[in-house]
Design a protein around this ligand. Structure first.
Ligand code: HEC
Length: 304
């Protein structure tokens, strides 16, 4: 081998070596930070909650559990709370919503602890939940969270063992880089948690509901592939009023998408987008979301 080529190769090797060793250290550091954050025991008192059996409260709780909280979604805790189906995210890992019925975790949680896990993302043992989107639904006003807790308490025990939750190294690193949200409690201000207003069909309320869309469509709702997700996962679209997004859509188009899963171009929506829940939103909620989405600044696709 000619000395120059050899020297170049050694140089390249050194650079690659530095990246590998440096990258390895970065990954190890992030994985460690993830682990110690998940080990944090949060000092947030359990609120004093009494479940209600007022039919109007239970009706509100049912609606929110189905349409907004998504608790009863088959991807989350299942229609009978016995646990969701295992969602496979390739190298990121696998996640299964646990059995939270009275035959599962639900038996161990007091109403106050159930309220705290929804508002703060904190489990009975004081540590953060994984992946459960409390940072997207915890803004619900106290009366609404109490309604959910009251309704869930009326559901019968459902026997089913819990499925796996396994997190790949990449999932931990991406969580630390804020590209995906697994460690939920660290993203919530426990001293003064965000509490939303009472429901009205306005952008002001829609802003809160739209938090439910950010996990997939991105913090700015401009869409793009979910970081680290396997290629067979469908790509969340742009929800801002850009050419590549919802420009030209009417409320009727939006409503048809949520309730029937049919896109503006007539195509069928991929079922990864959870319209089995969102399709049950009431007029106030759908109108509020639409009012919020249409007043967003237009952003090109993919900014997430
Ligand atoms: C679990 C992930 C996920 C969540 C949560 C989610 N979406 Fe989606 N959404 C998707 C995916 C993926 C697509 C594209 C599906 C396809 O191409 O068939 C999509 C498509 C859409 C479309 C169709 C856009 C088009 O151009 O046809 C709209 C509108 C939409 N979502 C609105 C929402 C709203 C509003 C919310 C929150 C209330 C939301 N989504 C929450 C994953 C999600």
């Amino acid at each position: 081998m000619k000395p120059l080529v050899k020297r170049i190769l050694i140089g390249v090797g050194a650079v690659v070596g530095t990246i590998v060793v440096g990258g390895g250290a970065f990954v190890a550091y992030q994985a460690h930070a993830f682990g110690s954050s998940m080990d944090t025991v949060y000092d947030v008192p359990v609120p004093n909650i009494t479940v209600s059996n007022d039919p109007a409260v239970l009706e509100r709780g049912k609606h929110l559990s189905e349409a907004v909280g998504g608790c009863l979604n088959s991807d989350c805790h299942g229609g009978d709370l016995s646990g969701g189906k295992t969602m496979e995210f390739g190298p990121l890992g696998r996640i299964t919503g646990p059995n939270i019925s009275k035959a599962g975790i639900g038996a161990a949680y007091s109403p106050g602890e159930m309220f705290r896990v929804i508002r703060h993302g904190i489990k009975k043992d004081g540590r953060s939940v994984r992946f459960m989107p409390s940072h997207e639904i915890g803004w619900l006003p106290d009366s609404d969270i109490t309604a959910i807790v009251s309704y869930l308490a009326t559901l019968p025990p459902a026997n089913k063992p819990n499925g796996p939750i396994e997190l790949g190294l990449m999932a931990k690193v991406l969580d630390r880089m804020d590209a995906i949200h697994i460690d939920v409690a660290r993203r919530i201000d426990h001293k003064s948690p965000i509490v939303g207003p009472a429901p009205t069909p306005t952008a002001e309320y829609g802003k809160y509901l739209a938090k439910l869309c950010t996990g997939c469509h991105g913090n700015t709702l401009s869409g793009g592939p979910i970081p680290g997700a396997p290629p067979d996962l469908p790509i969340p679209t742009n929800l801002t009023p850009d050419e590549t997004g919802l420009k030209g859509w009417t409320y009727e188009d939006f409503d048809r998408l949520l309730t029937q899963g049919i896109k503006k171009n007539g195509q069928k929506l991929n079922p990864f987008m959870p319209i089995s829940s969102f399709g049950k939103m009431d007029e106030t909620e759908k109108k509020a979301l639409w009012a919020h989405l249409t007043q967003l600044p237009a952003k090109p696709f993919g900014g997430r």
